[in-house]
Design a protein around this ligand. Structure first.
Ligand SMILES: O=P(O)(O)OC[C@H]1O[C@](O)(CO)[C@@H](O)[C@@H]1O
Length: 432
């Protein structure tokens, strides 16, 4: 069973927070939104119970691992990269690529996301062309950043291995029905994994977009799907009372009724820093439309206590701070007793690092609450596949429902087109 809870107590009981009547006012619309989501479910709602994507991803991952692969380069951007990066950072060793032998459960993993040549050159500096696999991931099949990164890596592999060698080590993860990457995969007989047509990039972490890279590093993708399925079952049973759904109303009201249009996600675990980055795209691209939406921001506790908490405590009253707390950290270290005669240092000895982290988490929450700074908490029993799967699904559901409350389409992103168009013109793409 996944252990994930959402706690909104400090959005209601505090100065500047919500009052009971606020939530009551939005309940009928919330019910309508959940009924709509369950009655005519968008593609992402069926992913947790779809076995075929996990099966094809795991079987290809086994082939990749069995081939003695040294490097796996995941090429993609936005929704085609942020989910896989969040999973990798959350569940694999922080220095995964530096581990050797059994300690590393698969090839080294590299993400080619931005078009910064320094990053891609660095990947090519360390990847062994003799053992490199490339997974090019794009739903549309023609995102400029992704295709540019892919073309460079393709050249690197063709030079080292010849066309045949390159083809045998390349996976195209894309819309199976259309797009230029589909065409390339047919021309070059590449392995293909599908991104279903009805699942947009930022909702696609539980398709092969997220499942293949997770399986390549030996993670339990079945457990990730089971956690997400638990969330769907709960929403079906509890409807508008479900914790993630209630959160949609809370965040919507904090913005529209209380003028708090910044939502800060602040995990107290380094491993969840990329989860916040994944969430930022989900919330921003889904809701920022027609002059509506709130601005998502990622922070990390305790690190950002020493950078941003001053602003959260005493700056403009425009934020909701959402703490992500982890009960059981995967590792802990005892702090040795030393310097016991020095009161500013000696008190730490005998405690543990995880204890300090969680005490600071609680202390920040209390300080924010006492200062009239509304905050909420997402609590994970542990950072594991099941809880992460639950959380992905819960935040996607929350975002879709919040879109409904705002009256915007949470599944498109028309605002990104103008910049793309100018780029195409300047780079000489025919027809633009
Ligand atoms: O998977 P694709 O089609 O390459 O798109 C990548 C990203 O670009 C966007 O279309 C625009 O930023 C996102 O919605 C998407 O996740």
């Amino acid at each position: 069973m996944a252990e994930v809870t959402f706690d909104y107590e400090n959005l209601q009981g505090v100065e500047g927070g919500l009052e009971d009547g606020d939530l009551d006012g939005v309940r009928p619309r919330l019910k309508e939104a959940v009924d709509g989501l369950l009655g005519d479910p968008p593609g992402f709602m069926r992913l947790p119970k779809t076995r075929e994507y996990a099966e094809s991803s795991v079987s290809l991952a086994e082939e990749i691992r069995g081939s003695g692969a040294t490097d796996f380069v995941h090429v993609g951007i936005g929704g085609s990269a942020l989910g896989p990066m969040a999973v990798h950072r959350a569940l694999n060793h922080p220095y995964y690529n530096m581990l050797s032998g059994e300690a590393r459960r698969g090839p080294r993993v590299h993400f080619a996301e931005n078009t910064d040549p320094a990053t891609l050159s660095a990947v090519l500096d360390v990847a062994d062309p003799g053992g490199t696999w490339v997974n090019v991931v794009t739903k549309s099949g023609s995102t400029a950043e992704t295709m540019a990164n892919f073309l460079v890596i393709r050249g690197f592999l063709v030079d080292a291995l010849g066309s045949f060698g390159y083809q045998g080590r390349t996976v195209a993860t894309t819309d199976p029905e259309k797009g230029f990457l589909k065409e390339i995969s047919e021309r070059e007989d590449l392995r293909v994994l599908p991104i279903p047509a009805d699942v947009g990039g930022r909702f696609s972490v539980l398709t092969p977009v997220g499942l293949l890279p997770a399986a390549v590093t030996g993670l339990d993708v079945g457990a990730m799907l089971a956690g997400a399925a638990q969330c769907v079952d709960e929403v079906q049973e509890q409807g508008p009372e479900h914790q993630a759904v209630v959160g949609a109303a809370m965040h919507y009201l904090m913005d529209t009724q209380r003028g708090r249009n910044v939502r800060v996600m602040m995990p107290y675990a380094d491993s969840l820093e990329r989860l916040a980055a994944w969430f930022v795209q989900l919330w921003a691209e889904s809701l920022g439309k027609e002059g509506k939406g709130s601005t998502p921001h990622g922070a990390v506790g305790t690190t950002d206590q020493h950078s941003q908490v001053q602003l959260y405590m005493e700056g403009p009253q425009d934020k909701v701070i959402e703490i992500v707390e982890v009960e059981d950290h995967p590792k802990d270290l005892s702090i040795p007793k030393a310097y016991e005669d020095l009161e500013g240092v000696g008190y730490l000895g005998g405690h543990t690092m995880a204890e300090l982290l969680n005490v600071e988490c609680d202390a920040t929450r209390k300080a924010l609450t006492e200062a009239g700074r509304p905050n909420s908490t997402i609590k994970l029993g542990a950072v594991n596949e099941e809880n992460l799967g639950y959380l992905f699904q819960a935040l996607e559901i929350q975002t879709a429902i919040t879109g409904d409350l705002y009256g915007v389409n949470a599944f498109d992103q028309p605002g990104v087109e103008a910049g793309k168009e100018i780029t195409y013109k300047r780079m000489g793409r025919p027809g633009h």
